[in-house]
Write a protein of this length. Structure first.
Length: 467
């Protein structure tokens, strides 16, 4: 099973060679065989069948209580609780890592592709990968998945450059296909919580996501596109009558994902938002492959659906804790809503240009494609909030600011203001953009930033004399 991002990539012989080099090589096969052997050694691990008394094989510690991840009931047996408490203390006492070390627990995109093809994980949810693959394989040592001996020896684990925000109820194949879309560098390491975070109780908190986000140069939100949402009537969208099952799959409705976006905004990180589905296909006589199909239309629907206060969490106390932190954001809940909408507006245009997303994550081959079509991508980079791409293009052709084409008079400067992308605004001003420019309707950058509630952009524009 191979991975391709688009019709163009499917025809790309060089892309196939890279896939074989990084995914179907001897080292990766050795790792997959080692994980398979470990999986076989945990055959006694099983989920309770319907009607059976749950054996509570895997527990989590929520608010000081041990809860079974299978039946979601509290573990009450005194002996089991005592044993779990001791194990939790021992794990914490022997974990000498610091929160800042978590960024070093990234895995290559090639690894994610390999486990999907080797263990057939494309059509199961990320939560099922956690429950049926990650938890059993780490049950002996209760370590983080990336700390398994086979993983440490493989070379796939290292410093992450992209933080991935996703939902456990979504198909794992969507996450993997989205990461590969646009001809991504398969050696790039990404931080995915189910692999990087310890999935067993520990006295040492492992959920310092904000520390990882601050250290990662790029940030990506990946959402599936459930057919129930794609087919919703506009009135139902406006009134937020979304199916419960679909909401559980989409980061727009999950408090942890919005919390991660909050920190990406706080640290002024470029945020890529990818929404779509994965499709399995096979050409005559060929191996099975997977492609990613983006859904720009669904992102537009989400503009009217974003409401941080309505977001949901599996653990009720998480929502209260995260709300308190979000309230400190510029403009509070409303401010974060505006920020997310700005990201979605930029992502909507970038959806049909996945190579731009890859370039924003530092992929050299994708950046080369962007440079070849600099005029086309210049405005898209400003609208999407990708300052590194903007700077790269301007270093090669400073005249882009004056010569690039715009739709309805929306220059790169105006698009950056509309989306609330402060770093892009500052870069364009530094490079000599016209701060007095207005679109065909006479609307200036200051008016766009003010209208969309981007306080930091508004204050900056006022400070430089924009009107």
């Amino acid at each position: 099973m191979g991975v391709f991002s688009s019709k163009e990539v499917k025809q790309d012989e060089r892309r196939n060679q890279l896939f074989n080099k990084f995914v179907q090589n001897a080292a990766m096969n050795t790792l997959m065989e080692a994980l398979k052997e470990l999986q076989q050694n945990t055959r006694e691990w099983k989920k309770s069948k319907a009607g059976e008394l749950c054996s509570h094989m895997h527990v989590e510690c929520w608010n000081g209580k041990f809860m079974c991840s299978g039946c979601h009931q509290e573990v009450s047996d005194p002996e089991r609780v005592s044993n779990e408490e001791q194990l939790m203390k021992n794990i914490g006492a022997n974990d000498f890592s610091e929160p800042k070390d978590s960024v070093n627990r990234g895995v290559t995109i090639a690894f994610l592709v390999a486990i999907c093809q080797y263990f057939d994980l494309y059509k199961v949810t990320a939560g099922e990968v956690l429950r049926d693959f990650i938890v059993p394989l780490t049950s002996g040592s209760r370590c983080r998945f990336v700390e398994l001996e086979a993983m440490q020896k493989s070379g796939v684990v290292g410093r992450a450059t992209t933080f991935i925000s996703h939902c456990n109820k979504a198909e794992f194949g969507v996450l993997v296909a989205a990461l590969c879309d646009g001809g991504a560098d398969l050696t790039r390491r990404v931080w995915v919580d189910i692999f990087s975070v310890r999935q067993w109780p520990s006295s040492k908190n492992d959920l310092h996501f904000e520390v990882v986000i601050e250290q990662c140069p790029s940030f990506m939100v990946i959402s599936p596109s459930p057919w129930e949402v794609r087919n919703m009537e506009f009135n139902d969208v406006q009134n937020r009558r979304f199916p419960t099952a679909a909401k559980a799959q989409m980061p727009f409705f999950r408090i942890w994902c919005l919390y991660e976006i909050y920190y990406a905004a706080k640290f002024d990180k470029p945020v890529a938002m990818i929404c779509g589905s994965c499709e399995l296909w096979r050409e005559s006589g060929q191996q099975q492959n997977i492609s990613f199909k983006s859904e720009e239309g669904l992102l537009i629907k989400m503009l009217d659906a974003i409401d941080v206060e309505q977001a949901e969490a599996t653990v009720a106390s998480d929502k209260d804790m995260l709300f308190n932190k979000i309230l400190s954001y510029e403009g509070g809940m409303a401010g974060l809503n505006r920020k997310v909408r700005g990201v979605i507006e930029g992502a909507w245009r970038a959806c049909s240009h996945p190579e731009l997303v890859c370039a924003s994550c530092g992929d050299a081959a994708a950046m080369a494609v962007v440079r070849e079509r600099a005029e086309e991508y210049f405005s898209l980079a400003a609208e999407g909030g990708f300052p590194a791409v903007l700077q790269d293009l301007l270093l090669r052709d400073s005249n882009l600011i004056r010569n690039h084409k715009s739709v309805y008079g929306m220059t790169a400067f105006l698009l950056a203001a509309q989306g609330g992308h402060l770093t892009c605004l500052q870069l364009l001003v530094e490079k000599g953009t016209d701060i007095t420019v207005a679109n065909q309707g006479g609307v200036t950058a200051l008016k766009l930033a003010t209208r969309n509630g981007h306080v930091a952009c508004k204050e900056y524009l006022l400070s430089i004399g924009a009107q």
